[in-house]
Design a protein around this ligand. Structure first.
Ligand SMILES: C[S@@+](CC[C@H](N)C(=O)[O-])C[C@H]1O[C@@H](n2cnc3c(N)ncnc32)[C@H](O)[C@@H]1O
Ligand SMILES: [Zn+2]
Length: 270
């Protein structure tokens, strides 16, 4: 039960007031209150899970891929993009398993993390990711249940973005780090198995949408070419939205390219 690490971070999704723990619920002064799940996360979504939320099977596949170290190159890139000192609060939106967030806070004690995701299966996993990571269910599109100017580093890794909310929760001088797949990310798998495509203008659109709110600092492209066995290939395919289309199972090992853009944006000092 790690929710206490977010004691001064969470805001009521209805009125924006500070949320504080009251027995097995969290409540604001206006009387809105929210259940803590048995598995240790707080549900601030105020509604049912959407049909396209990541499923437990997708989260299991993602966890196996991460445990196999396939995305170790991304963890190292994130580590280089986040300062080692002076970081107290890291928020990850669309956090999934909480894998990257846990790695960053582990190496920056006593930094604490808040994992936010719309999927219950993700929130369950993130609640166990690290003893200094709290886990909440919320919808990025509907606004972040997080207090103004409270976050030093905000991570958005293959996840939905809400630029005005990102700027609101970052403290002046705080940074947003966005990871997006480049057009050649897993291109071999996409061609062979007819998987969902990647839109080519993602980087340009990302910068355009963030420009009114945050200053672009830099973008690096992280790449890895590796040969993976059929089980990891299958998990790579099924850990994302392709799982909803039931693509064919890989039958042979394959050399694949992984390529991710990592962009850093800063909130100007007041
Ligand atoms: C492709 S996964 C990435 C997960 C994690 N960042 C990682 O890289 O392992 C996208 C995540 O965003 C979550 N997500 C999708 N729409 C969301 C929304 N509107 N609000 C919050 N989370 C959302 C999904 O449930 C999923 O866990
Ligand atoms: Zn309230």
């Amino acid at each position: 039960m790690n929710l206490h690490v977010a004691h001064d971070l969470l805001a009521c999704p209805h009125c924006g007031g500070a949320l504080a723990p009251v027995e097995r619920r969290w409540a604001c002064d206006a009387g809105h209150s929210f259940d803590v799940a048995r598995q240790g996360y707080l549900n601030l979504s105020g509604g049912p899970e959407p049909a396209n939320a990541d499923t437990a099977a997708m989260l299991d596949a993602r966890a196996r891929v991460q445990a196999a170290g396939v995305f170790g190159f991304l963890s190292r890139g994130l580590d280089a993009a986040v300062p080692l000192v002076g970081v107290q609060t890291v928020l990850e939106v669309g956090a999934g398993t909480g894998h990257y967030l846990a790695g960053l806070v582990e190496d920056r004690p006593p930094a604490r993390g808040l994992a936010l995701d719309i999927s219950r299966a993700a929130a369950r996993r993130a609640a166990k990711a690290h003893h200094r990571v709290a886990s909440v269910i919320a919808d990025v599109w509907r606004g972040l249940p997080v207090r103004d100017a409270s976050v030093d580093v905000l991570l958005c890794i293959f996840a939905p973005r809400n630029p005005s909310e990102f700027a609101r929760v970052l403290r002046p001088g705080g940074r947003l780090i966005v990871a997006t797949p480049t057009p050649d990310h897993l291109v071999e798998l996409r061609e062979r198995y007819g998987l969902l495509g990647i839109e080519d203008d993602k980087q340009e659109r990302l910068r355009e949408r963030l420009a009114p709110h945050l200053a672009h600092q830099d973008t690096v492209t992280l790449k890895l070419t590796t040969t993976l066995g059929t089980e990891v290939l299958d998990d790579l395919i099924r850990m994302g939205p392709n799982a909803f289309h039931d693509p064919p199972r890989p039958t042979a090992p394959e050399q694949v390219r992984l390529a991710v853009s990592l962009s850093t944006f800063l909130l100007a000092l007041a």
